[in-house]
Design a protein around this ligand. Structure first.
Ligand code: IVH
Length: 681
């Protein structure tokens, strides 16, 4: 079976390479999925052949990571930047002067994302580390593993036994747009640009969330022994091994060719599906690079030419104030339409009151809009010379444009809010839309428009009202047939079995996103327990700080919220956590204490492995403890106590073998007669 699994993994790796790297798939998506499913099934059946670099391991897991740090074997330098083509000429002349040679260059795009360093050993991904401070970064291997264009296992056999390859991880425009739409829907803060979103995603603690965000990347730098003697050939080799290397690279032998490349991409970059902020010009030959050397910050053999963000001047026609689901007010500028960076711009975000004051914005001003890394253009300045006489400053509103409630500003936050959470019509409709959304109660067939219609017709005034809707009531809505109405009612029915963590998320408590809701549900197990919990105790749940605790506490102090929650509970919505059955029982009856830190796993990850296999985690060593898994810097008291009580002290590797052995013993006993097997005598 081991061979069959290995063969399937190789086949899938190969097709992954054809699809993601060569853009030339040999099999259909359907066939690929079929093979993947087959492998998944086999891996479930034979857990002893687990491999963290299996192609099935791209979906991430629900374990929360805390990142360990890694010291880069080769420091991650940055690049000298310039906005001037004259300085590129200076760069070129300096190289000729210092080396006496006319160098060949490789011109590449400067991808606007976040840098990553991947280490490969024996052709398999060993570790992924962020740039950090250039000398040491965070180990984010689990997260990088979810990016489908990063090979887990390499093609061919002519790669060095150990090497490090660097590149840029970015979020493609389409994924960025989708992500922000989802965040908007969930009432979460939006990412300002794809770069921030990529960097934030890479540092997420839950790799299954990373997997969903569809990061991508290009590799542009290799370090190791036995490589070719120039950059270009190494990039081509890397591509052959399975890495994603950009098509937009060019060998250039003169300044003219470099400037052609720069000028071409300055215009064409808007057609690319990802952000670029310049061109990187690198000396190709390694012998020349060595001769030129580096400063403490950047190599002397490379330079980055940065594109200027494109700007346009246009007239400010008016300012709208939008009310979001959580009551946050966003000022939006309506502009005289103007062409900018390949699109027509009609609106620009003004973010908040401070921004309006900072720009000293007046009615009818001529403003400059810019599209940097951001998808939503921003106003960067005002043409004071064009200000109309007598123009009044743009004033921030004091009352909610929807319900006229007086706006409030929370200390430490830049935005204004409408505090009329339970009665402001926009917030009510917003909270219902959030409640039914896919990641919350997942009620299908009801869109934003239908919710608005149901609200306007007096059929629903809060999420609990959904559960008393009748199909006949729905079919009175325009363009909604009987069948669709029935389906909506069915979907509402089904949502009663949505697990508690998602119900908690669906309530739309401020600052309680999906992960926080999950952590709270896991910690307190039921709504009744949460209601009994003091504000101080709330912070005991993982990743719940003061701000979140305050918000949750205030939510459940509100009489109207309590009534809503009770009505939901009475209709059968889940307010208790149903503990899942462990995936295997091979550690049943065995208890562990995990102490210290481990290179590739967080303590929480290890605890989850114990639980998933039916074992029990204890927080302190006692006579009930079977094993102490001791990592780096395990507390002396724990060790002494374990020695005194005769608790077995084991390393992480011992633990992994324990699971592996236990798994195979169980398999043997399952295939033979059903005798009781003592696992660890
Ligand atoms: S080469 C020592 N090539 O720009 C040189 N960097 O400002 C190593 N970047 O930290 C970098 N695209 O994150 C290189 N084609 C490219 C790049 C690139 C983007 C980023 C990278 C680096 C930063 C330096």
């Amino acid at each position: 079976m081991k061979n069959k699994i290995e063969e399937l993994r190789n086949t899938l790796n190969y097709h992954n390479y054809r699809y993601y790297i060569m853009n030339d798939p040999e099999i259909t998506d359907y066939d690929y999925d079929r093979l993947l499913k087959e492998l998944e099934n086999l891996e479930k059946e034979y857990p002893e052949y687990y491999s963290e670099n299996s192609p099935t391991n791209r979906v991430g897991n629900d374990i929360n990571n805390t990142f360990l740090q890694y010291e880069h074997r080769y420091p991650m330098l940055s690049l000298a930047n310039t906005y001037s083509q004259d300085e590129i000429t200076d760069f070129h002349n300096r190289i000729i002067k210092e080396t006496g040679e006319e160098p060949e260059y490789v011109c590449e795009l400067k991808y606007d994302g976040t840098a990553i360093s991947l280490a490969y050993q024996h052709g398999e991904l060993l570790r992924a580390v962020t740039r950090g401070d250039g000398n040491r970064g965070d180990i984010v291997t689990e997260n990088v593993r979810t990016i489908r264009t990063m090979p887990l296992k390499l093609q061919g056999d002519d790669f060095p036994d150990y090497f490090e390859i660097r590149g840029e991880i970015y979020l493609p425009h389409s994924s960025f747009k989708k992500l922000n739409e989802e965040r908007e829907e969930a009432g979460e803060a939006l990412f300002a640009n794809p770069r921030n979103a990529a960097a934030g995603t890479l540092k997420l603690q839950n790799s299954s969330v990373v997997a969903k965000r569809k990061l991508d990347g290009f590799m542009y730098d290799i370090h190791g022994d036995n490589l070719a003697d120039n950059h270009y050939d190494n990039l081509m080799a890397a591509k052959k091994w399975g890495f994603r290397v950009s098509e937009q690279i060019k060998k250039c032998s003169s300044l003219e060719e470099i400037f052609d490349f720069i000028n071409y991409w300055d215009k064409e970059r808007y057609k690319l599906p990802y952000d670029t902020d310049g061109v990187v010009i690198k000396v190709n030959k390694y012998s020349l690079r060595r001769q030129l050397g580096t400063t403490s910050k950047s190599p002397k053999w490379a330079v980055a030419y940065k594109f200027k963000a494109e700007q346009a001047g246009t007239e400010l026609k008016s300012v709208d104030f939008q009310v979001g689901r959580t009551g946050a007010i966003t000022p939006v500028a309506n502009l005289e339409p103007v062409r900018l960076a390949g699109t027509t711009v009609k609106r620009a975000s003004l973010h908040n009151e401070d921004q309006i004051k900072l720009l000293d914005l007046h009615e009818g001003d001529t403003v400059f809009v810019e599209k940097g890394g951001e998808i939503i253009p921003k106003i960067v300045g005002v043409d004071l010379s064009a200000r109309k006489e007598g123009a009044l400053p743009v004033k921030f509103i004091t009352k909610c444009p929807v319900c006229t409630y007086r706006l409030v500003k929370i200390e430490g936050e830049a935005r204004h809010y409408c505090p009329n959470v339970n009665h402001c019509p926009t917030q009510i409709v917003g909270s219902i839309i959030h409640f039914i959304s896919r990641r919350a109660m997942n009620i299908e067939g009801l869109g934003e428009e239908t919710v608005q219609l149901l609200y306007d017709n007096g059929l629903i005034a809060d999420p609990a009202d959904l559960y008393s809707l009748k199909a006949e009531q729905l079919s009175v809505l325009p363009r909604l047939g009987d069948k669709s109405a029935d389906n909506i009612i069915k979907s509402i029915e089904n949502s009663r079995s949505v697990p508690f963590p998602r119900v908690l998320f669906a309530l739309g408590i401020r600052f309680v996103g999906e992960t926080t809701a999950k952590n709270i549900a896991q910690h307190f197990k039921s709504l009744d327990n949460i209601l009994k919990t003091s504000r101080e105790e709330l912070v005991e749940a993982e990743e719940v700080g003061e701000k979140i605790a305050d918000s949750i506490f205030a939510f459940f102090q509100d009489e109207e919220n309590l009534i809503l929650v009770n009505r939901l509970k009475n209709t059968g919505v889940q307010f208790e956590l149903i503990e899942e059955e462990p995936a295997s029982r091979i550690l049943e009856g065995i208890s562990f204490v995990i102490s210290g830190s481990f290179e590739n796993y967080s303590r929480d990850e290890l605890k989850k492995i114990v639980e998933d296999n039916g074992g029990k985690n204890l927080s302190a060593v006692s006579s009930n403890t079977d094993y102490l898994i001791a990592g780096y810097k395990t507390g002396e008291t724990k060790l002494t106590k374990a020695r005194k009580l005769g608790t077995k002290i084991i390393s992480l590797t011992d633990f992994m073998y324990l699971i592996k052995d236990a798994g195979s013993i169980q398999e043997e006993s399952a295939s033979g007669d059903a005798t009781q097997t003592t696992l660890f005598g």
